[in-house]
Ligand binder design. Sequence first.
Ligand SMILES: *[C@@H]1O[C@H](CO)[C@@H](O)[C@H](O)[C@H]1NC(C)=O
Ligand SMILES: *[C@@H]1O[C@H](CO)[C@@H](O)[C@H](O)[C@H]1NC(C)=O
Ligand SMILES: *[C@@H]1O[C@H](CO)[C@@H](O)[C@H](O)[C@H]1NC(C)=O
Length: 428
Amino acid sequence: MLQRGSFFYVLVGLGSFFLLFLMLNERFGSHLVHQMQPAAAVPNTKQKKIVPKAQPAKIQKPVEVLLLPDTAGVKKKREPASSEKILAQIISTQRKLISNEMKGYEYPDGKYNISANKLDDLVMEKNGRPVRSLIVTTWRSGSTFFGDILNAHPANYYHYEPLLAFEIVQVRGPPVAAKALKWVKDLLNCEYQDLGEYIDYGKPHPWVFSHNTNLWKQCQAHKGVCYNHKFLSSMCKLFPFQSMKLVRLRLRIARELLADEKLAVRIVLLVRDPRGILQSRKHRDWCPSSPDCSDPALTCADLVSDYKVAVELLKKYPTRFKVIRYEDLSLDPYKHVEELYKFYGLNLHPKTKKFLESHTKANKGGVSSTFRNSATAPFHWRTELEFKEVEEIQQFCSTAMKYWGYVPATNATHQKEFNPVTNYTLKL
Ligand SMILES: *[C@@H]1O[C@H](CO)[C@@H](O)[C@H](O)[C@H]1NC(C)=O
Ligand SMILES: *[C@@H]1O[C@H](CO)[C@@H](O)[C@H](O)[C@H]1NC(C)=O
Ligand SMILES: *[C@@H]1O[C@H](CO)[C@@H](O)[C@H](O)[C@H]1NC(C)=O
């Protein structure tokens, strides 16, 4: 049962990922084909696990090594990777690559309340301010998918869940909150000098860095560079787009990031039906032993707390804070991806818009039908959970479900047939 179910989920997930891949490909051109095709062909989503006990991330994407004119031909005399000269060369080559990728980019120039009208305005090493796109969510809420959408731009630097070293806990307050915020802010400022513990954790846990595709190419090509805080800072400061996903930091702590006007982060809170969350977590071996992950009461208390903070933040930061439900994103990915790009102040190419229109309007067959299948992924729990499990979750989650617009199942038959999602907008 579970086996078949998981397989189905994987198929559905791959279907939707592939669609988004197509869509983004339209936007970013052949560069992305090279980067993303292998990922789309990986027959298992498990490699995206965010957890300590998971197998090391298998990096199946081809490695584009920066060919350094001085070292490419003279392998034997190659200087150690730590050499200042080599580091400077990597940085200089990366700077050129980014500048190439940004040709033709439509800068906000006042739109979305972002004044940048040229690359330097977005680049920290030039005293610019990058577009900082954050996703705040919890485990198994669709953030891998969402995070990869943001990381698809070739000039993005992806701070993949920076709090991996905190293990399977939620950061809800003192004493860990201060440390977590310090790490997050340091990373968003590309200041790695105090992040020794973060960097050290990345040595045996490569997925700390491996999701950051642009950085990871260098980690692999030049042994040890990614454990060098000076190199990391310089690298980070080159990129006009900086994205981060946080699955451990609750919104009441993350709100401090919005208060920092200099950072000017934009945060999307990604929410999912707790029944879907908990069903999906059941299959992760790292989860059950941690109550923060497996206890429905704690999970739903977090959803309630996030809701209360979200209502405040929507009023206070209407242009820098947004909420989306995973179910809505999956049911209409085209529409929502477009909205999310606008919200973050990212440029969605006109060609992509055309592509979106033609594909969302198609009635039958082709890509659109795959898209419809992908829309069932978030609702998988309806057939995978026993009604008594659903009932138990609902007992702890009635408030959270009411706040976020999820309908309770009344009996086993109902559970398999009903639409658990209401037509919902967060009321202010
Ligand atoms: C636009 O950004 C500035 C700071 O950069 C901020 O003070 C202002 O409130 C923002 N406007 C809106 C509508 O969010
Ligand atoms: C199950 O719940 C639905 C909706 O509440 C109801 O219409 C139906 O009669 C119930 N079925 C049984 C067998 O209780
Ligand atoms: C959902 O609500 C929106 C706005 O209230 C409305 O425009 C839309 O037609 C509704 N959709 C459905 C399926 O009820």
